[in-house]
Ligand binder design. Structure first.
Ligand code: NAD
Ligand code: DAU
Length: 339
């Protein structure tokens, strides 16, 4: 299938969230000729401050919903590519209330696909390794692009459904779309509901971090900037209709990650609380990113996890005014769930 030209006018949905805002910052720095429109509903997870400092001639924020057909149609008509980061992204929230996940992740992707189909616009859809379910801790296998879809949580099922829509719209209508499925990201601007920022900000405000279950679940960590660079490579040079897995060989148990955070923050390795497990908790994710390396030459630059973690901790220490306003309400939600 055909490859496309480097896009100049990019619609970034969910560009006020963690990865989307890092992507907009990355574009402003690395691709200065690209102009960006961000479409973001500004849910609890979206913060316009995440785009502060990006020059106003490079990015324009539209506050709105990817399920709003008329708005999406108008914005897509004026773009030459769409990158869809907009989603409900947190597993614990989906367990408590899956409805917004079905709406934004499934209905919203449908709405974007239909607009891209009407206007012949390129789409890159951001997805997750969670669509492949989990691996046993002692299984030498890693996920590849051909792995069967086996989502185990409401969040993962909603992302799997969105990927299936994209694949069907490529095949049936010839929509020029690609998909990437990435592993766990870390870095600045991640909401304090997520594991690493939650643990770091707990320590910063004198609370003990919480470890789910037996702490042996494995996640495959990648620095958010490496994910952003991969998305750009796929958007500008990827083969239409293809899926690319994105990961940085970063497998670690949650216990290892938490103890590294505690060490870097000068705490005792036992300074945390064990809490009850997440229902249906996936055991292990592991990505084989060989296709992305072979086809597009992408390689992660942040290969030293401890160094990346230390910088991330420093960012949260220096940006208390960013996370402090939502810390108490986030912890109140966790207290209700007993985690
Ligand atoms: P996030 O929760 O930090 O940000 C999501 C953003 O989408 C927010 O700005 C929110 O306001 C916006 N949004 C939500 N619903 C919307 C709607 N209906 N219309 C418009 N905007 C809406 O999420 P994130 O961690 O940055 O994840 C971004 C994408 O990457 C998601 O699709 C997620 O599934 C995927 N992903 C995340 C990770 C990770 O480790 N965080 C890993 C792999 C894939
Ligand atoms: O794998 C990619 C996925 O990574 C993305 O699709 C999701 O959007 C993103 O949220 C992330 O999902 P996880 O569920 O893996 O991330 P989370 O940060 O919620 O949790 C990481 C691990 O840490 C998980 O095994 C649960 C555990 N955990 C989490 C929290 C918040 C704890 O042990 N303690 C905690 O306080």
């Amino acid at each position: 299938m055909a490859q496309m030209q480097t896009p100049k006018y990019v619609l970034v949905t969910g560009g006020c969230g963690f990865i989307g805002s890092n992507f907009v910052r990355w574009l402003a720095r690395e691709q200065p000729t690209v102009r960006v429109t961000v479409l973001d509903k500004l849910t609890y997870a979206g913060n316009p401050e995440n785009l502060a400092g990006v020059p106003g001639d490079r990015v324009h924020l539209v506050v709105g919903d990817i399920c709003d057909e008329a708005l999406v149609d108008d914005l897509v008509a004026h773009a030459d590519a769409v990158v869809n980061f907009a989603a409900e992204s947190h597993n614990d929230n989906a367990i408590a209330d899956p409805e917004p996940f079905m709406r934004t992740n499934v209905q919203g992707t449908f709405c974007l696909l239909e607009a891209c189909r009407r206007h012949g616009v390129r789409l890159h859809h951001i997805s997750t390794d969670e669509v492949y379910g989990d691996l046993a801790l002692d299984d030498p296998a890693r996920f590849t692009e051909g792995a069967p879809y086996r989502p185990s949580s409401p969040y993962a099922a909603s992302k799997a459904a969105s990927d299936m829509l994209v694949r069907a719209w490529v095949r049936t209508y010839g929509v020029a779309a690609t998909i990437s499925n990435c592993s766990n990201n870390y870095g600045p601007y991640q909401h304090v509901e997520k594991f690493i920022p939650r643990a770091v900000t707990n320590v910063l405000c004198g609370r003990r971090p919480k470890l789910y279950g037996n702490g042996l679940n494995v996640r495959d960590w990648i620095h958010v900037e490496d994910h952003c660079a991969a998305v750009w490579e796929i958007l500008s040079r990827g083969r239409i209709g293809e899926t690319y897995l994105v990961g940085a060989d970063g497998e670690r148990s949650n216990l290892q990650v938490l103890q590294e955070i505690l060490r870097l923050m000068g705490k005792d390795p036992g300074d945390f609380d064990w809490v009850r497990d997440r229902p249906g908790h996936d055991r292990r994710y592991a990505i084989d990113a060989g296709k992305l390396a072979r086809e597009l030459g992408w390689r992660p630059q942040h290969s030293d996890f401890s160094a990346g973690l230390a910088k991330t901790i420093a960012w949260y220490r220096d940006h208390e005014s960013w996370w402090r306003p939502v810390k108490e309400e986030t912890e109140a939600r966790y207290a209700e769930a007993g985690r």
